[in-house]
Design a protein around this ligand. Structure first.
Ligand SMILES: [Ca+2]
Ligand SMILES: [Ca+2]
Length: 245
């Protein structure tokens, strides 16, 4: 715009003599143009400074978050290593305890196995849960209660197929009680399924009452976990007694 005005003046100077009134108008227009251009430059400068401030602020946050992420990554790596070491030590100790049990748990009278102050009887007869319990009680014992990992490892090491244990939710669905009336605590060994419902699933497809008695293992699978099953099913069972019989 400024150049156009100058060109206009030059052309007019070249072509004819400019009147003072016209010159004054042109100077006023030129003045406004300069003021407008200056204002535009100032506005752009202010906008630039604002954007620069925003950028610097974002840059500081970016650096701070990057540092925090680095710290978390380092902490995560350290925790993973600690967890791996802990797992290795746990498995070593667990194997040692199993080995110790294998050496120290001895066959006692009438097929009972003495282990850690308890007596266990692994019955090969197949009975429903209630009758299994009756047999145990008749021997001064009860169905086994499993209260720690070592006991779970010991019991499962002795069975090759599913066995009844002393756990049920016969009175209240989902409220599992041991035969000594102790509720099942957080230590449990229910079978976990990744893509299906885990045990206990109170399966009702075969019988509408669902499954209310716990057993070691599954009729078609391993025995190192628990499943709930129909109490009328006939299975082998494990008796446990605290005192010598
Ligand atoms: Ca149930
Ligand atoms: Ca089940």
């Amino acid at each position: 715009m400024y150049l156009e005005i100058l060109n206009s003046i030059q052309l007019q100077e070249q072509g004819s003599v400019i009147s003072p009134k016209r010159t004054k108008v042109l100077l006023i227009v030129l003045g406004f143009a300069l003021v407008f251009a200056f204002g535009l430059l100032c506005t752009l400068g202010i906008l630039y400074n604002n954007k620069l401030g925003d950028f610097e602020s974002l840059n500081e946050k970016h650096i701070m978050v990057s540092k925090q992420l680095s710290v978390h990554a380092i902490n995560s790596t350290i925790m993973k290593k600690e967890f791996k070491d802990l797992t290795a030590r746990y498995n070593t100790l667990r194997e040692w305890l199993s080995f110790y049990d294998a050496q120290s748990c001895n066959l006692s009278v009438d097929g009972w196995i003495a282990c850690r102050g308890k007596l266990y009887l692994f019955n090969s007869d197949k009975l429903n849960w209630s009758s299994s319990r009756d047999v145990c009680v008749s021997k001064g014992a009860d169905l086994v209660t499993i209260t720690n990992q070592t006991e779970q490892d010991f019991v499962t090491s002795k069975v090759k197929e599913t066995h009844w244990i002393g756990l049920n939710d016969l009175d209240t669905e989902g409220h599992w009680l041991w035969v000594n009336n102790q509720p099942l605590n957080s230590l449990e060994f229910w079978m976990k399924r990744n893509d299906e419902i885990s045990e206990p699933d109170n399966w009702t497809k075969v019988h509408p009452d669902g499954e209310d008695c716990a057993s070691l293992g599954h009729p078609t699978g391993n025995t190192d976990f628990w499943t709930d099953a129909y109490c009328f099913e006939e299975k082998r069972f494990v008796c446990e007694a605290v005192a010598a019989i």
